[in-house]
Write a protein of this length. Structure first.
Length: 219
């Protein structure tokens, strides 16, 4: 099964997890786009839908799905999103698409998080994929120096601005044996908006598309 087919398969599997009347949060990315398409095909009534990015909002509206602001909805039942990496405990690296801050906010506001990936994203230890860090622009160089002190190799994502008006540092070579501790440490650096380590807002279920079908991994 090729990557495109895997994304379609896991998108459909995720859509089947959404109950009628659900208060739903939706992430960002190509796999999520397949989920949105499958959700639209189901045509079920949802209590509300909250989006993590402008791109996701546009795709939902193209399907005629109304999007609500998190400030007006209260807590959500379910958040569905992809990941750049996910480990055996449900910790993730996210933010390859640059929407990590809004994704983390919506995840935190949701009672359950389902991660949807293809099996190439499942890893034993996080860190091969560079860790995105959203940074206030004036703090970019300062935060980069702090990343070097942590053993990382930061790279400025040239020409990219987040939906929040900030910039991204992609940090390689970080040792992520304790995702929650490193997440807290990086988040405490002045100028950091958030880091793309999802240790505290981890997944409760991963749906992973394989050549044999969609595998369920509960944590």
């Amino acid at each position: 099964m090729d990557q495109a087919s895997k994304k379609i398969a896991v998108g459909r599997a995720a859509a089947a997890e959404v109950a009628e009347g659900c208060r739903l949060g939706i992430g960002t990315g190509s796999t999520v786009n397949c989920f949105i398409d499958a959700l639209a095909e189901r045509g079920i009534e949802l209590a509300c839908v909250v989006s993590s990015s402008t791109a996701t909002t546009d795709r939902l509206r193209d399907h005629g799905i109304a999007v609500s602001e998190l400030n007006t909805t209260g807590d959500l039942d379910l958040y569905i999103d992809g990941a750049d990496e996910v480990d055996g405990a449900g910790h993730m690296i996210k933010g390859g698409g640059g929407a990590l801050t809004r994704e983390k906010i919506v995840a935190a506001a949701s009672r359950r998080f389902i991660c949807i990936v293809d099996d190439s994203k499942i890893v034993r230890v996080l860190g091969e994929f560079p860790v995105p860090v959203e940074v206030i622009p004036m703090a970019r160089s300062f935060v980069a120096r702090q990343m070097v002190k942590l053993g990382g190799l930061p790279e400025y994502r040239e020409g990219f601005v987040t939906d929040n008006g900030n910039v991204i540092l992609d940090v390689r070579h970080l040792d992520i044996v304790d995702p929650v501790s490193l997440e807290d440490r990086i988040n405490s650096i002045p100028g950091v908006v958030t880091v793309g380590i999802f240790g505290r807002q981890k997944a409760q279920l991963t749906l992973a598309a394989t050549d044999e079908g969609v595998r369920r991994i509960d944590y």
